[in-house]
Design a protein around this ligand. Structure first.
Ligand SMILES: [Mg+2]
Length: 94
């Protein structure tokens, strides 16, 4: 699956609700998902993680990233191409 396909899937399922919520409130949901991912990574690092839950939290974060991109009218695949694939990508840090 391409990034654009996943972004389109998220748009087709949730766009009306996501646009009604708006970027600021959606960012709060995104931040909450980051917290869930942080918790899952912490458990993984301590050796008591749940691999299925860790995968789920990564997927949730990507889904919310797609949501934010959709309601901000950003094509994520194009953004990734511009930043990371053009001219060998960024030098040094991301
Ligand atoms: Mg989650």
């Amino acid at each position: 699956m391409q990034v654009s396909e996943f972004q389109s899937l998220i748009r087709s399922r949730y766009d009306a609700t996501d646009r009604a919520r708006g970027p600021s409130k959606t960012f709060v949901w995104f931040a909450e998902e980051f917290g869930e991912l942080a918790h899952a990574i912490g458990k993984h690092e301590r050796g008591d993680g749940d691999p299925a839950n860790l995968r789920e939290e990564f997927a949730d974060c990507l889904a919310w990233m797609c949501t934010l991109a959709n309601i901000c009218d950003v094509d994520l695949e194009e953004a990734i191409r511009e930043k990371y694939l053009t001219d060998g990508g960024p030098k040094g840090t991301k």
